[in-house]
Design a protein around this ligand. Structure first.
Ligand SMILES: [Zn+2]
Length: 397
């Protein structure tokens, strides 16, 4: 619920930025300030210097007025980064500036982004929008013998769903967790088997706890039906957590990506830290999988390199995953008025021979097209071979 608020805060921010269009030059700088990746302050300051240098080099071909504007804004961003920025929990930083009217915006993101600097007549929001669309949602359920709490984790923030699930609380006075086995009980004597030697166990209490966990699993499943997630994290004392996992329907059990040992009553910061560690692993696994997919696809001949052939494959609806280098700048292109094929600037469509209409930013159009039938992501320049010319695609066989 609260997640929607955060999402819309970012979305609102992006919406506002879309209206920033004027004749002056806007510089958009994406900087990876992730502490895991760039532990020292000097590391991201150095990364910014590299970006600034590459911006200056690419500006050399532009008109003098663009060069001057760019020099001014890059200096301003550098100063702000050095004197004002405090990293804290920020992992990705987007800075937007226009030197002429000293307009400046900084967006601090709880997720990692790829270094990129772009200048043009308006903010360059493609990476930010894609990130928003792609950021996985994690459902989090903490359960013990008497209670269940539900959370949602998205874009680095954890929010609690207000509904709480209270069980019959048969063991309120007990210090340790309820001793329920993860294996389903086949016989009525299960209660006696679970009990540590010498402990008196009330079977009625065992049955109550079992029923409580079965009810929690059902409540969790219907909650997730109403609040779709990509991944699920379970927590609480091991026996109850395992029992809950066992009681979940397959469609949600298969989404469990991690288990955390935090108490159900733990403060939200503690839960957030534990879930963030799992989200980081999931993110890393997804990155590794993407790179290995690209390598495999290249080996099998189902990878396409270069903007022109990638646009052709997109137009044929063959692209499974589009990879865009952060070094690929916006550029004009063309859209066929008849078959909607995308291409580099061309008067006549190569597919059907119909006339085309110009497109301001073919990279943006390609990303939009790719996210319909497949997926799309930004990758650091060094991941894409020079031969790829800033764009690659994994296509369907
Ligand atoms: Zn056409």
């Amino acid at each position: 619920m609260t997640a929607t608020i955060v999402r819309s805060r970012l979305e609102r921010e992006i919406g506002d930025l879309h209206h920033v269009h004027d004749t002056s030059i806007v510089t958009t700088c994406y900087l990876d300030v992730d502490g895991g990746h760039r532990p020292r302050r000097a590391d991201y300051l150095q990364a910014f210097k590299v970006l600034a240098q590459s911006a200056r080099e690419s500006a050399e071909v532009e008109e003098p007025v663009v060069r001057t504007a760019l020099d001014g804004t890059v200096a301003m961003l550098g100063r702000w980064l050095e004197e004002q920025f405090e990293r804290s929990r920020t992992r990705g930083l987007v800075m937007l500036a226009c030197s002429r009217d000293s307009w400046f915006r900084a967006i601090e993101l709880p997720v990692r982004i790829e270094d990129q600097i772009v200048f043009g007549h308006g903010p360059h929001l493609l990476q930010l929008e894609l990130l928003l669309a792609r950021a996985p949602r994690f459902g989090v359920a903490l359960v013990d013998h008497e209670k269940m709490r539900l959370f949602e984790y998205h874009l680095g923030e954890l929010f609690e769903h207000p509904a709480q699930f209270e069980g019959p609380a048969p063991h309120r006075d007990r210090q340790r967790a309820w001793n329920v086995s993860s294996s389903p009980s086949g016989t009525g004597d299960a209660a006696a088997r679970w009990a540590p030697a010498g402990t008196h166990v009330d079977r009625r209490e065992v049955a109550l706890a079992e029923r409580h966990l079965a009810r929690c699993a059902a409540a969790l499943a219907s909650h997730l039906d109403a609040h779709p997630i990509d991944h699920l994290v379970l927590g609480g004392p091991t026996p109850e957590r395992e029992r809950l996992e066992g009681d979940l329907p397959d469609r949600y059990r298969s989404r469990v990506v991690g288990r955390v040992g935090v108490r159900v009553g733990a403060p939200i910061d503690e839960i957030q830290t534990a879930v963030a560690a799992i989200a980081l692993e999931v993110e890393k696994r997804a990155d590794d999988a993407m790179l290995s997919d690209l390598a495999t696809a290249s080996g099998e001949g189902v990878a396409i390199l270069g903007l022109r052939p990638v646009l052709a494959a997109l137009s044929e609806g063959r692209v499974k995953m589009l990879l865009i280098s952060t070094e690929l700048q916006s550029r004009p292109g063309a859209l066929c008025t008849s078959c909607r094929a995308l291409s580099v600037p061309e008067a006549i469509c190569a597919f059907c021979g119909a006339p085309t209409t110009p497109v301001d930013d073919i990279v943006e159009a390609a990303v939009e097209r790719a996210t319909h039938g497949g997926s799309c992501r930004f990758v650091r320049g060094e991941y894409l071979d020079v031969a790829a010319g800033g764009a690659a695609a994994i296509v369907r066989d």
